[in-house]
Design a protein around this ligand. Structure first.
Ligand code: ZDP
Length: 295
């Protein structure tokens, strides 16, 4: 089966994008997506993103208005996250290319975490209304606190060591730990133990944060289903929320990731989080996909 794809990256967090505007479900199985994401046996990416048609407006009081497109994403291991911050910036650029639309333009995108609105700005950056953070233990989900309470500065024992962690959901689950020196943190060894810790029934994205100044922090991430990546947009949003809740960050903070900086603002007015950063086309191509089921 021949696949046409584009490859986008936001701060080095990279995604294969596939045009599925004429379908209602992704054209690849999770196993096929994982095969294409492999950096040695495939195209190489942190995830695969599918552009599907939007949803019509729902009637009723709590009904949502119509969306332009639906974004589905598979992590590089084939698991499906609810949301993806760098991915949605890439997705907005990809849609603008497919639609022949120029900035400024705002899309309304249906995701498994609700409606998310990325705005293409004339300077080339994408500013995304990421919606509100979710804080209760049930929403993360985590067993670190009673279901209706947030888990802020809770002890978590990993490999015999006690870390003080805060959990935040941006639609997808995050666990934030403040460390003295993030460059020296043994992410590759410890990250996977956070990801699969029994206190997190849907696994977790693990962010490690060094506070440089209250409005400037450094972050490294071990992503659920993808491992170490150069950037994580939802993780950067979750980290600023955790920083504010722990009295260590301002509501408007720059997050420096290995792939570059993101501007994060947690609005005191409407409780929404706004993320601003780049997204670029890396290359386009086609490849022949062997069917893993018939291999
Ligand atoms: O929640 C998860 O399983 C994440 N691996 C999804 C991807 C998050 C991402 N890095 C981001 O930028 O938010 C793409």
């Amino acid at each position: 089966m021949e696949i046409q794809f584009d490859k986008y990256q936001g701060l080095g967090n990279d995604f294969i994008t596939i045009d599925n505007r004429d379908r209602t479900t992704p054209s690849l199985t999770p196993a096929q997506a994982a095969q294409l994401c492999d950096r040695h046996f495939g195209i190489g990416a942190d995830g695969a993103i599918f552009a599907l048609p939007g949803k019509p407006a729902e009637s009723g009081e709590s009904g949502s208005s119509a969306t332009d497109y639906t974004m589905r994403i598979y992590n590089s291991d084939g698991s499906e996250p609810e949301m993806c911050g760098n991915g949605i910036r890439c997705f907005a650029k990809y849609l603008a290319q497919l639609d022949g639309i120029e900035a400024p333009h705002t899309y309304r995108i249906h995701t498994l975490a609700g409606t998310i609105s990325p705005e293409l700005r004339p300077d080339g950056q994408v500013r995304v209304d990421m919606g509100e953070p979710r804080l209760t233990a049930a929403e993360i989900p985590t067993t670190l606190a009673p279901t209706d309470k947030p888990a802020i500065a809770m002890p978590l024992t990993v490999d015999g060591e006690v870390y003080t962690v805060t959990t935040i959901s941006m639609g997808n689950p995050h666990c934030i730990t403040f460390v003295e020196n993030v460059a020296d943190f043994p992410l590759e060894a410890i990250g996977p133990k956070f990801e699969t810790h029994p206190e997190f029934p849907k696994k977790i994205n693990a962010e490690f944060i060094e506070i440089v100044r209250p409005n400037y922090i450094k972050m490294r991430v071990w992503e659920r289903g993808a491992g170490i990546t150069l950037a994580c947009g939802t993780g950067a949003c979750a980290s600023v929320v955790a920083g504010v809740l722990n009295g260590r960050c301002e509501r408007h903070t720059t997050v420096e990731l290995p792939g570059g900086p993101l501007e994060i603002e947690w609005s005191a007015e409407n409780n929404h989080i706004y993320m601003t950063g780049p997204a670029e086309l890396a290359f386009r191509g086609q490849c022949e996909l062997s069917d893993p089921d018939s291999a």
